[in-house]
Write a protein of this length. Structure first.
Length: 741
């Protein structure tokens, strides 16, 4: 007779929020003693649970040690699993536990329950001792067992068909482990070469591969000399053959864009600046003011080039645009062109596209000759740690020489077409430049080749904004006025007989490493990319219209926060040349607790974190700023803590290589205590406790400097920060980012 049933405790779980788990009992001296048997059902209906994982999560209340240990399936057709209490848990005292169920990409946790561990009267040192298997250890042991089984197959010299069947079964089982344990980096790296047969690279000899990757890499790699595939053996720490390479032939015409989703489009939208309220009609090319229309900046083109238009918004079908061309001979041409591809007329050098103002956020102009390609070298960074101690400064880039940025080249001016000091057009005895972008306080000088400046005559510079002409200056060297409304400028020259000199407009700024200087990053040892991608997931305090995920609701612009440069998160990105904003998935009114905000279901809680990647690129840093709407909508503290744990857990699983920052709730003078009698500090204490337990970082926005004594100076409405409040939040966030990198 055995005592299996004597040691079993049986539980039935039919719904996640059921109150079925009473306190359990265990003994400190148990070893493979008491076991917990659970049966999962769907609201009482028993079914096959193949593919479902069940884990026991626990934390000792006194010692604070934790564990996550897997149940073993007993009868999957009936949904029955069992686990022997792990020895690490069996120390005298109380243990808080829960049962975690994983199905596909869904993770569900039961309510917490208690396990009381009673001290044994027997000397525990004489009891049998063995480490319990965590989920990671279990997966690694499984891999080792598979290695042993492969060795047995080779030693037994079974016939080919039996060996192939065994290998196929092994691969299927490894694929299942890979899918279920993908959040464990080590397991993923160990078995990825066995679950994906695609060749990752080719080397002429094994020695060449060993030289290229002496510490191993994700394979398999093909050795041309032997036509064998090699992978890195994590146990032997050496490259080993997994057999000859015999690829199946790929039939012509069978590879599509859908089947190659690792390829990313490299289309570049030629619309880099937009001027509102003005355009160039296709039939006259004369600048015309119209509040319903906008125009692109100057776009350099060549005759015969293929251009594609999208979302232009004019015409009866809302799919047409005014397109006007300037030629080398200064003659003009244009057309009212429909969305789609067209050919640039011969000898054209510049074009402008006029479109509906309502379409300015989505209009696109592409070079139609561009094709699909791989992500560029600036997207190859895998972990922000690669930038530690490798920040590029002016002092360390001595190979970058001071370089002045030429704004214009030859033939950049139009004869007898310019703007005078009053902003009106002049068509006699003058040279007029195309419009170019400027910023307040930028300094410029002009240079002529072959002429003294005294020969050139009068020089007028006019400044323009979204509403048209703003101001002007008469000077050959000038500084842009300190006016945030100024967006562009034009230069007019009265040549007094000097015919079309070579004219250059030169900026005084030194150019150091950024996206535009095209520095060869291989010059910096150990640095793969100068950029770290950062994403934001927040509520209204992290929003700004037109700068977030398309369709998300925003609170800003509001008050004196009228431009995105004042937003705390934008200031943070702009403070580091190597920071690059990837996604801002913030939503005004969103909350941690699903259904407790004023957004849509996908904007709340753990769901919102699914949308922080773009074009297959994951963020390296994520900043979360949610919780004030949970407080304002009277979410109870227990529910808030449960949902906050889910958000952190799901974020760590979905972005295992990202550095996570969770922000405390900002001080608010409106409704300092909710109707449940809880203060903002109560919610912040939960955020700090959970973040500390989960080993993620905190940005303490609550203590950024906004408080009861100065709230009226920094908050628009007692809740949302104004421009000065945004700056205090930025300083607090920057302090934490600086401490990380």
């Amino acid at each position: 007779m055995t005592l299996e049933n004597f040691r079993a405790v049986n539980l039935k779980i039919d719904r996640a929020n059921g109150s079925f788990l009473s306190d359990q009992f265990a003994k400190a001296g148990d070893y493979n003693g008491r076991r917990l048997v659970v049966q999962l059902s769907n609201a009482g209906v028993v079914g096959d649970l193949t593919g479902v994982d069940v884990n026991l999560g626990w934390q000792h209340d006194s010692l604070k040690n934790t564990g996550l240990d897997p149940f073993e399936p007993v009868d999957l057709s009936q949904g029955i699993f069992e686990i022997y209490y792990p020895k690490e848990m069996l120390t005298n005292g109380n243990v808080t536990a829960l049962i975690q169920i994983i199905e596909n990409d869904h993770i569900t946790e039961t309510k917490n329950f208690k396990i009381k561990v009673e001290k044994s009267v027997i000397d525990e040192d004489t009891a049998v001792s063995e480490n319990s298997f965590t989920v990671l250890e279990k997966a690694l042991l499984t891999v080792n067992r598979y290695d042993s089984r492969i060795s047995n197959v080779e030693n037994s010299k079974v016939d080919k068909s039996t060996f192939e069947q065994s290998t196929n079964n092994l691969t299927a089982q490894l694929q299942q482990i890979d899918g279920q344990k993908a959040d464990v980096t080590y397991v993923d790296q160990t078995i990825s070469t066995m679950t994906n047969g695609a060749i990752k690279g080719t080397y002429t000899t094994l020695t060449a591969l060993q030289t290229a990757y002496p510490q191993g890499a994700i394979g398999p790699f093909l050795i041309e000399e032997t036509q064998h595939r090699y992978i890195w053996d994590v146990n032997k720490l050496e490259w080993v053959s997994i057999g000859p390479y015999d690829p199946a032939e790929i039939a012509d015409g069978t590879v599509s864009r859908e089947k190659t989703d690792y390829l990313k489009p490299t289309f570049n939208n030629l619309v880099d600046t937009v001027e509102n309220g003005a355009y160039y009609p296709y039939d006259t090319g004369t600048r015309t003011y119209d509040a319903t229309k906008s125009t692109s900046g100057n776009i350099t083109v060549t005759g015969g080039q293929k251009i594609k238009l999208e979302n232009t918004g004019l015409g009866t079908s809302n799919k047409q645009a005014h397109v006007f061309f300037w030629r080398e001979s200064l003659s003009k041409n244009g057309g009212f062109i429909a969305d789609g591809e067209f050919t640039v007329p011969a000898n054209s050098v510049v074009m402008r596209v006029g479109f509906a103002t309502t379409s300015k956020e989505k209009v696109a102009i592409f070079d139609a000759s561009q094709e699909y390609g791989f992500a560029d070298e600036f997207q190859k960074i895998t972990k922000p740690e690669q930038l530690l101690n490798k920040v590029v400064t002016r002092e360390s880039t001595t190979y970058i020489n001071k370089e002045l940025d030429n704004i214009f080249e030859e033939n950049s001016f139009i004869t007898d077409y310019s703007y005078g000091l009053d902003g009106n057009i002049s068509t006699t005895n003058s040279l007029g430049s195309f419009e170019f972008s400027v910023k307040p306080n930028e300094a410029y000088e002009m240079k002529w080749v072959g002429f003294a400046q005294t020969e050139v005559g009068n020089t007028y510079i006019t400044f323009w904004g979204d509403s048209g002409f703003i101001s002007s200056v008469q000077s050959q060297n000038f500084t842009v006025p300190n006016d945030s409304n100024i967006k562009t400028a034009r230069v007019a020259i009265a040549p007094n007989g000097v015919q079309a000199p070579e004219i250059y407009l030169v900026g005084y700024q030194e150019k150091y490493m950024d996206n535009e200087t095209k520095i060869d990053v291989s010059q910096i040892e150990g640095l793969k990319s100068p950029f770290v991608n950062i994403s934001f997931c927040g509520d209204s305090i992290a929003t700004f219209a037109g700068e977030m995920v398309l369709g998300n609701r925003s609170y800003y612009p509001n008050g004196d926060v009228t431009n995105v440069e004042s937003a705390w998160w934008h200031k943070l990105v702009a403070s580091k040349y190597w920071l690059k904003a990837l996604v801002n998935n913030s939503w005004s009114g969103s909350a941690i607790t699903p259904g407790k905000g004023n957004g849509t279901p996908h904007s709340d809680g753990a769901t919102a974190i699914k949308y922080l990647s773009r074009d297959g690129i994951d963020p390296h840093i994520i900043i979360f700023h949610k919780g004030t709407n949970d407080f304002g909508n009277n979410v109870d503290l227990i529910t808030f803590e449960t949902e906050y744990r889910k958000v952190i857990t799901n974020a760590k699983i979905r972005y295992p290589n990202a550095k996570l920052f969770f922000g405390t709730i900002l001080y608010r003078s409106s409704g300092a205590v909710n109707t449940n009698g809880h203060a903002v500090e109560d919610f912040n204490n939960i955020i700090k406790t959970v973040a500390d337990e989960q080993n993620v970082s905190i940005i303490d926005f609550y203590n950024c400097g906004i408080n009861a004594g100065n709230a009226s100076e920094h908050l628009i409405d007692g809740l949302h920060p104004n421009k000065s409040g945004q700056n205090l939040i930025y300083i607090e966030a920057k302090k934490e980012i600086d401490g990380y990198i």
